[in-house]
Ligand binder design. Structure first.
Ligand code: GLU
Length: 331
């Protein structure tokens, strides 16, 4: 039975006021999926990573994973794909976990990578030259390469550590998509340009090839939309995994991850996402977008065709529709 909370009388004058109240999640997910599917052929599948170009563009999934474990599902929710840039969230989580263990380390981390939107494409080289090898934020490629460099100090194998964390959070074994891994190992020309430039500025301290291997491995982690919605519920729950009660991250650090996702998580369209979805989000070029609704749930929407900024067209519509219809916006 859907529940509705009566709004303040002043809400009646807001242009988006819906007198019937928010939809319950099962109806919200079904309706948002239906609306988004109409756009599933808009946009273009990423083809600079060869296996991504072979994906059926009509694949679509929408999952809302509540903190109590209830899942609302629509579409190809168990089909696995490479999480690509969504892995940057977990690189930041692991780096903050390491920073939390040593005093002064977090300050050093934020000296080496900023936390401002870039206003440039996710793989741009231009800003780095002007800004002395300090990437604008950890959600763009250059920023994640710095995180991978940071992680190579406390961890023997950051990719294995990421898979281990994800396996724990999902309660299922998480591994790599070997085809994506091989394809990116033999290309990644942009990342192979970013990394030495930052090393030249002194902002990569480990072997450049080892940093690139970690970065490329993390992008090739393979998960389904159901798993992508399940894993980051700790970020919507003050840093505590609601399935096990284990604290993954201190509450203030979990808030920082969410803040960086909101301001920097959707490439050069973070302002548009804040405006139209109103949730901390992270997208990846395989077409997934993960969104946190604090204290409530996590949503993953997946559809391979992307817009010019690199975000999935249908996934963005699904998130907008779901957030609007179910009243999920943080604003
Ligand atoms: N592996 C991709 C790259 O490095 C990730 C890009 C993304 O998902 O934003 O270009």
């Amino acid at each position: 039975m859907p529940t509705t909370t009566p709004g303040h009388p002043a809400d009646a004058h807001r242009p988006d006021h819906d007198p019937s109240g928010p939809l319950a999640l099962p109806e919200g997910v079904a309706t948002a999926a239906q609306v988004a599917r109409a756009a599933e052929h808009d946009g273009k599948v990423a083809d600079y990573i060869a296996p991504l170009a072979e994906v059926d563009p009509s694949r679509f999934a929408l999952v809302a994973s509540e903190l109590d474990g209830t899942e609302h599902l629509d579409g190809d929710v168990d089909e696995a794909f490479a999480i690509q840039s969504v892995s940057k969230v977990y690189s930041l989580v692991l780096a903050l976990q390491a920073a939390d263990a040593g005093s002064g380390v977090e300050e050093e981390l934020w000296c080496r990578v900023g936390r401002e939107p870039s206003g440039d494409p996710f793989n741009s080289l231009v800003q780095l030259e002007h800004e002395h090898g300090i990437p604008r934020n950890p959600m763009i490629n250059a920023g994640a390469l710095v995180l991978d460099d940071v992680l190579l100090d406390p961890l023997d194998d950051p990719v294995a550590a990421t898979c281990e964390l994800l396996s724990e959070l999902c309660g299922e074994e998480i591994g790599l998509d070997e085809r994506i891994l091989r394809a990116e190992q033999s290309t990644s020309h942009r990342n192979r340009s970013l990394a030495p430039l930052m090393a030249d500025f002194g902002n990569l301290r480990n072997d450049v090839e080892a940093v690139l291997d970690s970065y490329i491995g993390a992008c090739a982690i393979s998960m389904s939309s159901r798993q992508l919605a399940r894993a980051p519920r700790f970020l919507a729950n003050g840093g505590v995994d609601p399935s096990t009660g284990r604290r993954v991250l201190a509450a203030p650090l979990a808030r920082r991850v969410a803040a960086v996702m909101l301001t920097c998580g959707t490439y050069d369209a973070a302002g548009e996402f804040a405006f139209s979805v109103g949730l901390p989000c992270k997208s990846g070029v395989a077409g997934s977008i993960v969104a946190l609704a604090p204290d409530r749930l996590v949503v993953c929407a997946w559809s391979p065709p992307l817009d010019a900024a690199g975000n999935s067209v249908a996934a963005r519509i699904a998130l907008h529709e779901l957030a609007e219809r179910c009243g999920l916006s943080v604003f």
